[in-house]
Design a protein around this ligand. Structure first.
Ligand SMILES: *[C@@H]1O[C@H](CO)[C@@H](O)[C@H](O)[C@H]1NC(C)=O
Ligand SMILES: *[C@@H]1O[C@H](CO)[C@@H](O)[C@H](O)[C@H]1NC(C)=O
Length: 389
């Protein structure tokens, strides 16, 4: 039944394609955020970009506040391989060091050192690692990583030794319902929610995938996974371009939509088997990833002007710092950024908006409220933004 319904939606979507594509060309909702029109906002006490010479294309950051460390998922290889936005170029032969991603640990509380996580027991991760969303279960020292590997997307499960900056690969999870995995939220005992950003992956059809994005069709999904019983996997919600997911409290899950910009609030059934939509809060930028701080505030990072982000993403495969003028220009990043904060009492508030000059293509924002410090990762930018409040 579910399959028939999906097939029907696909046919309908395909039939509407020319009309939708037309809508996409004419779309004017993002016009207010077009370059040059964007109003800059800085609600932080101060911020700086750190490690611009060491890391780039960082998608996700999670904090382990007890230890005062941030875990970053970064992938220079996204330049040539981006399964979400549709870049499918072969690995670089001139800069092989840029082909693979890595997990980095930043000790922001004491040593200020940035160290690459050394992963053992996983030969494939040395050559085919494209980390996106990550999630940490501090109780079991387990790190879950969405890996958009060239050989197929999966979820890597690592056992972490954070103080030693090492990890051991435990397992790679795949499942037909995890066809376009993006973000992960953990519920303990191997139970997860994973978002799929699209129904039609860019690898299957770049055009239809874009149409899905710009039509706002609810092709993304949230999938329930039990790592101890993969047969129990099931779709629990459908969301247009589902991106970040985060648990606000025991009964509420928040899902970010990048194409119908906003936060979707769901109540979670006690057995995690179903979600019920309760509320939608629109955001002035395509919402990418979410995090919840210790005061139950949601931090949202997003993309105020998708066309610029797509422009950066589309040209990046040809970036070469030592190449022609044109190739050098493609290494740049000029997509605007937006960071917002939501709380039950305060509603939605913009804390940062930047035209892309300083903060480019913001994808995740996190905060350690206790220490008054936070981070914004940049999907196609160099380094990571460190802010103080
Ligand atoms: C977004 O952040 C959450 C933690 O709030 C993490 O579990 C998830 O994997 C992240 N996803 C992406 C795509 O960055
Ligand atoms: C969880 O968050 C939602 C949304 O803010 C709120 O309505 C609900 O009362 C909260 N539940 C608990 C148990 O705190």
């Amino acid at each position: 039944m579910a399959r028939t319904k999906s097939a029907i939606s696909l046919v309908v979507l395909a039939a509407l394609a020319p009309w939708l594509y037309d809508r996409y060309i004419g779309l004017s909702t993002i016009v207010v955020n077009r370059p040059g029109k964007l109003l800059h906002v800085n609600g932080f006490k101060g911020y700086e970009v750190k490690f611009a010479d060491r890391i780039r294309n960082c998608e996700d950051v999670v904090l382990e506040e007890e230890l005062g460390v941030a875990i970053l998922s970064c992938d220079p290889g996204r330049d040539r391989w981006n399964t979400v936005m549709g870049a499918f170029h072969p690995p670089s032969t001139t800069h092989p060091e840029d082909n693979n991603g890595a997990i980095w640990i930043y000790d922001y509380s004491t040593s200020q050192a940035l160290t690459k996580l050394s992963i053992s027991n996983a030969p494939t991760l040395n050559s085919d690692f494209h980390p996106l969303g990550i999630a940490l279960d501090p109780k079991s020292s387990t790190l879950y990583i969405v890996n958009h590997a060239r050989s197929g997307s999966c979820i890597e499960i690592l056992h972490l030794d954070l103080p030693a900056r090492t990890a051991t690969h435990v397992r790679s999870l795949t499942h037909p319902l995890l066809h376009a995995p993006n973000a992960i939220e953990i519920f303990g005992n191997g139970k997860l929610y994973v978002s799929n950003d699209h129904y039609i992956r860019a690898a299957v059809s770049p055009l239809l995938s874009k149409i899905e994005t710009f039509s706002g069709a609810p092709g993304g999904s949230v999938v329930y996974i039990d790592t101890n019983d993969m047969d129990a996997s099931k779709i629990v919600a459908r969301v247009p371009f589902a991106n970040g997911i985060a648990r606000l409290n025991d009964t509420t899950l928040v899902v970010a939509s990048s194409s119908k910009p906003g936060l979707y609030f769901y109540s979670i059934s006690p057995d995690l088997q179903s979600l019920e939509l309760k509320n939608v809060v629109r955001t002035p930028a395509g919402a990418d990833n979410l995090s919840i701080d210790s005061n139950s505030k949601i931090l949202i990072a997003g993309h105020p002007f998708a066309p610029t982000l797509m422009h950066v993403a589309e040209g990046r495969w040809d970036c070469d710092e030592k190449g022609t003028q044109e190739q050098k220009a493609k290494c740049g990043c000029w997509a605007p950024s937006w960071v917002g904060e939501w709380s039950e009492e305060g509603g939605l508030r913009t804390v940062l908006r930047d035209g892309g000059e300083k903060v480019c293509s913001s994808s995740t924002a996190v905060r350690d409220g206790e220490r008054g410090v936070g981070f914004v990762s940049m999907l196609y930018g160099r380094g990571v933004v460190v802010f103080r409040e």
